[in-house]
Design a protein around this ligand. Structure first.
Ligand code: FBP
Ligand code: MG
Ligand code: MG
Length: 335
C-alpha cells in the first residue's frame, strides 16, 4: 500500500470532506516542517550544543533551556512568513508576536508550547511541541492577547509532535485524531494511525506523587483506591507511570489508554494549577476528546473553560473516559 504523507492526507481531507481550508492546510504543513527541524536539533544532543540552560527566565518564571529558545525561534521563523497567520503566542514569549507582512487573508492565531517537558532534555527522555490553532476574530487587524482568549471548543486544529525513539506528529482538525511518523529517509511525515481510539477503561494512572500531601480530597481518594488494587473498592490492580513530559504521558494514553492528572492542589492553587490552558490543556483536551477520551478540570470540561489570560494555568485530568468521569464524580460528591 502506498504511504500517505501528511500533505496528501490534508489535501484528501480537504477534497473529500471540505473540512480543511487551503490556508489551514498550509499552516499545518509549516508547523510540521518546523517540528522536523526541532527533531533534527534535538537528535544532535550534546554534539549540536543544544543541551543546558540559556541563563534567562521566561514569563512563567522558569529557567529557559537552550532548546526552549531554539524551538521557539524555529517555529516563529517558519510561521511568520507563512502568510496564513494573524499572530503567534508562545509559552516562551510574554506577549503575542505580530506577523510582519501579514497576508490580507491571514485569519488564524497560532499558540504553542515550543518544547514541552524541558526538564527531560538533558537526560535524553522524550520531549515534544504542542500547538493550537484559533480563528482571528473578524475585523481584527492587530491581534491583542484578548483575541486569543477563546474557549478550547473554538480550536480549529490542535496537535503535538513527540520527539522520542521516533518522531510522531499527532493531529486533529475536529474530525478524529490521527498520527504520522517521521520517515527520516524520505524527510516526510507518513500516516501511521488513522482514527486513534482511547480505551474507555484503564488500569494505569499518571500523577506526580511527590505532590500527594498537597492534593485535594477527591484526587487523594481516587489515587488511594487505585493503590489499594485488588483488595480495595476498585477490585483490580493499577500500574503507575510518570514521564514528566506531558506529550509523552498523553502519547502513552492515546496508544494504550490511561488517566493523566495534574490537578489543582494546595501547592499551585494560587496560580490556578500547574499546566497551561492555552498551549497545553486545550490542544491536548481536543486531541483526547477526538480520540474518544475525556478532559476535565475536576469541576468542568476543559474545552468549555473561558480563558482569562494567555499564560493562564489550569487543573488537568484527562484520558480514558470512564476514569476521568469517576474523578469528576468524586469532585461533585460531598467529602
Ligand atoms: O516537574 P513535574 O511536576 O513532574 O511536571 C511535569 C509537567 O511539567 C511540564 O514539563 C511542563 O511543560 P514545560 O516543559 O513546557 O514547562 C509538563 O510537560 C509535565 O507534565
Ligand atoms: Mg509544556
Ligand atoms: Mg515548554
Amino acid at each position: 500500500m502506498k504511504a500517505v504523507s501528511l500533505s496528501r492526507y490534508l489535501i484528501e481531507e480537504q477534497r473529500a470532506k471540505g473540512k480543511i481550508p487551503a490556508d489551514l492546510r498550509l499552516l499545518i504543513e509549516v508547523v510540521a516542517r518546523a517540528c522536523k527541524s526541532i527533531s533534527s536539533a534535538i537528535s544532535k544532543g550534546a554534539l549540536g550544543g543544544v543541551l543546558g540552560n540559556v541563563g534567562t527566565i521566561n514569563v512563567q518564571g522558569e529557567a529557559q533551556k537552550k532548546l526552549d529558545v531554539l524551538s521557539n525561534e524555529i517555529l516563529l521563523e517558519a510561521n511568520e512568513w507563512g502568510g496564513h497567520l494573524a499572530a503567534i503566542a508562545s509559552e516562551e514569549m510574554d506577549d503575542p508576536h505580530p506577523i510582519p507582512h501579514r497576508y490580507p487573508k491571514g485569519e488564524y492565531l497560532l499558540v504553542f508550547d515550543p518544547l514541552d517537558g524541558s526538564s527531560n532534555i538533558d537526560v535524553n527522555v522524550a520531549v515534544g511541541t504542542i500547538f493550537s490553532v484559533l480563528r482571528c476574530p473578524e475585523g481584527v487587524t492587530e491581534p491583542e492577547p484578548e483575541h486569543f482568549l477563546q474557549p478550547g471548543v473554538r480550536q480549529v486544529a490542535a496537535g503535538y509532535c513527540i520527539y522520542g525513539p521516533s518522531t510522531i506528529l499527532v493531529l486533529t482538525v475536529g474530525d478524529g485524531t490521527v498520527m504520522f511518523t517521521l520517515d527520516r529517509d524520505l524527510g516526510s511525515f507518513v500516516l501511521t494511525q488513522d482514527s486513534v481510539r482511547i480505551p474507555e477503561d484503564t488500569a494505569e494512572f499518571a500523577i506526580n506523587a511527590s505532590n500527594a500531601r498537597h492534593w485535594d480530597a477527591p484526587v487523594k481518594r481516587y489515587v488511594d483506591e487505585c493503590l489499594a488494587g485488588k483488595t480495595g473498592v476498585r477490585g483490580k490492580d493499577f500500574n503507575m507511570r510518570w514521564v514528566a513530559s506531558m506529550v509523552a504521558d498523553v502519547h502513552r494514553i492515546l496508544t494504550r489508554g490511561g488517566i493523566f492528572m495534574y490537578p489543582i492542589d494546595a501547592k499551585c492553587r494560587d496560580k490556578g494549577g500547574r499546566l497551561r490552558l492555552m498551549y497545553e490543556a486545550n490542544p491536548m483536551a481536543l486531541i483526547i476528546e477526538q480520540a474518544g477520551g475525556a478532559a476535565h478540570t475536576g469541576y468542568e470540561r476543559i474545552l468549555d473553560v473561558q480563558p482569562l489570560g494567555l499564560h493562564q494555568r489550569i487543573s488537568v485530568i484527562l484520558g480514558s473516559k470512564h476514569e476521568v468521569e469517576r474523578v469528576a464524580l468524586y469532585h461533585r460528591e460531598p467529602q
